[in-house]
Write a protein that binds this ligand. Sequence first.
Ligand code: PMP
Length: 406
Amino acid sequence: MSTESTAGRNSAKLSKIRTSLTLQLKEVAGERERQGLAVYDFGLGETKGALADHLRAAGEEAFRSQDTMYADPAGVPELRDAVLNWLGQSEYYQRENVIVTAGAKPSIFNVFLAVCNPGDVMLMEGAPWVSYAPLAYCTYTTPIMVLPLEKKEENFLKVTPEDLLRNIKLRPHARLFLLNSPCNPTGQLYSAEEIDALLSICVEHEMYFVIDRLYWKVVFDGQAYPEPRIDEKTKPWLIQIDGLSKNFRRTGGLRMGWTVGPADLIKQCISLQSHYTSGPPVPIQRVAQAAITAAYDNEMVQDLERKRNLLYEGAKDIPHVKLFPTPASFYSFWDVSGAIGLRTPEGSLLASSDDVASYLMNSEGVVTASGTGFFQDGYLRLSFHNPEEVVVEGMAAAKRAFEALT
Ligand code: PMP
């Protein structure tokens, strides 16, 4: 057996998985910067700016007081309670309905492991966030993307009740439907009515409705986050995923997330977690507690709304690009299918959105995430959590690159 290839030596399930695309982008941008080249980094979806003083102080205090021993694998009790207050759901749930995890990713993975058997199917949106499918593969579950029958101009790629029902009919044994609102990568926000219709279908078909609401504070134009309906009917089937990484500045590396759901399912997630991480680092749980118990500072969201507008202003006249509105999150999703089939000034053919993304980066230093990472060739995702000048100059650079295509 060859020692070069892992084929046959390592697990078949991992052979389908590559390192997270968005984390790879961070490396590429860093390499260009080291070479002194211009970089407009719209790649990684990370909150930037300064960590708030009270979060720093909470971390420092945790270490000073040596709050560093093993804790409850479900998370420290104060944080589990705080999560329910943060979500405004203390009247519906208790501590036993909450598990705290090392980022939202393990929250999602715990749920997949707890709900799915090998060979099961799970349903998700048409442009799923990069890690959903790999995590499904790790549980020997097949992810099925729920796509509209026709490409729509409005509500681009949003799952409608008809889409969901059609897919449930085709796969009656699907275990869960995973919805991401606000959505990474499309920037879509489902209305309360839309969520309710999808949730009701799941309840009726006794299928879990998993809502990843990680960006729920980042909602623009004065809108409030449309909450899922919580009552005795929905509670057995509703699972919510949330965390620290997207609603506060510079918190991605803290690795803190949580799941709220039916107590029996949460109990299984806790048992599982007790065997592999024993819960997230305790000092970081104290930081999370400080973050979500303080009044929410809307400054970052207002700042992002300005940047969204700047990006639109700079991008609206770029040839071969169709923009979709971003009512929430910090992503702009571009339809660049008009550029596919064109040639770069060097004569290379752009055959996919991977090619478009490489061309933008190599020609003008504009880093984007190719739609192929989200199962949607023909699209690019741009994160606008960036300094203003990066947004403005980056759009000018992207425009130059698209204008040079023939
Ligand atoms: N869900 C979505 C939709 C995300 O965008 C991300 C992070 N990019 C995650 C989950 C994972 O979040 P975390 O970094 O907290 O693990």
